[in-house]
Design a protein around this ligand. Structure first.
Ligand code: AMP
Length: 127
């Protein structure tokens, strides 16, 4: 289905290369359908990315077209990552996903940012 949708997936993106083992990553947790790893330019003391292994471009693409098994695995893995990082239960965290031009998405492979380890400030910056 992804190949016929309007979400054209570019397999040369950096997270696809990580999934193919072409470049290294600092893995937090890996499951059948999901990989969680540390962001290379952390914007908080804790900054982990959770990605599906399938070729999904954005949150809405993944939510619309992934299988129930992929969806469950992704969200259970994200929950496990929050527990492993000690943010939930704990002092809390922010989960963010950027999509497209207005979201200022840089890497066109769906990823959930999990940020924590400090008070994150107000939800949206300006500028
Ligand atoms: P976004 O702007 O939401 O697409 O976020 C892309 C994120 O990917 C940024 O926070 C980058 O620091 C991060 N990133 C880019 N390349 C790598 C990499 N090789 N390993 C880990 N994180 C990366």
């Amino acid at each position: 289905m992804p190949s016929t949708s309007h979400h054209a997936y570019d397999p040369s993106n950096i997270f696809a290369r990580i999934l193919r083992g072409e470049i290294p990553n600092k893995t937090v947790l890996e499951t059948t359908h999901t990989l969680a790893f540390h962001d290379i330019h952390p914007q908080a003391p804790i900054h982990v990315l959770v990605i599906p292994k399938g070729p999904y471009v954005t949150f809405d693409h993944f939510a619309a077209e992934a299988s129930a098994e992929e969806l469950t695995d992704f969200h259970r893995t994200a929950a496990s990552v929050c527990a492993m990082l000690g943010v939930a239960p704990g002092e809390g965290y922010r989960a963010i996903t950027n999509a497209g031009a207005h979201g200022m998405q840089e890497v066109p492979h769906y990823h959930l940012h999990i940020l924590g380890g400090k008070v994150m400030g107000r939800m949206l910056g300006h500028g």
